[in-house]
Design a protein around this ligand. Structure first.
Ligand SMILES: [Zn+2]
Length: 144
């Protein structure tokens, strides 16, 4: 099972708008790369993107490409339809990134059943087309 989108709704549903300080993340997504903010002052990783570092309050950031590897920190399965754009059931996962301490990303699983997901399961990012212009970072089992 993977999340499936009803394309009828996605044209109007998914057109991200972002602030300047988030630009590195979305420019990365356009290039099918997962990038996170890393503080130029103290090296702290941060996600979602923000203006100031939560640790040193600095405003200097660099955008670092992630290996895309992580582990399942938590998950849930949506079985009740909340919008016709999303066919149920689908998995919503919170992935703790392997090389970016403290960074967790909410996303969906690809090619995986709810029963296959377990705590601390290794996963890796993959990009799934949701519209003609956009693909989103999702996760699959390592080696899956
Ligand atoms: Zn900092």
């Amino acid at each position: 099972m993977s999340i499936e989108y009803n394309p009828k709704y996605m044209k109007h549903f998914y057109d991200p708008v972002w602030e300047n300080f988030e630009d590195g993340f979305w420019q990365g997504i356009k290039q099918r790369k997962l990038k996170f903010q890393k503080c130029s002052g103290c090296g702290t990783f941060s996600h979602p993107p923000r203006v100031r570092c939560p640790k040193c309050k600095g405003e200097g950031w660099e955008w670092v490409e992630s290996s895309g590897k992580g582990r399942i920190y938590s998950w849930t399965v949506a079985r009740q339809e909340v919008h016709p754009a999303f066919r149920v059931p689908f998995e919503i996962v919170l992935v703790e990134m392997e090389n970016e301490p403290g960074v967790r990303l909410i996303s969906n699983m690809v090619d995986c059943t709810p029963e296959e997901i377990s705590f601390d399961m290794p996963v890796e990012v993959c990009f799934r087309e949701v519209t003609k212009e956009w693909a989103l970072p999702m996760f699959k089992k390592v080696g899956g």
